[in-house]
Design a protein. Sequence first.
Length: 106
Amino acid sequence: MRGNVLVARMAGEIDLSNAEPLGVEIADATPPGAERVVLDLTEVEHIDSYGIFVIHGLRQRLRERETTLVLVIPKDGRIRRALELVRIHESMPVEEELEDALHPPG
């Protein structure tokens, strides 16, 4: 935790084999009243459609608790193009740097 923000760093692959437990673990680790969860995907090398589905599900679970999910995806990140194709930025905030994701916009 950094103040009222939970930071979860992912690495490797997010796919059918591990996405659901990762989503549940992050949701369970989020304390009541957390302002936001920052999901740092900087070190993720691959994400499949199920991984994207789980991120959307996590966003919805957190929204029900009035917590915002923010993704960190570097401009040159390996999975950036895949997430741009599904327009993930239209459903949740996406930042290129962790420090930018830790603070509310504005």
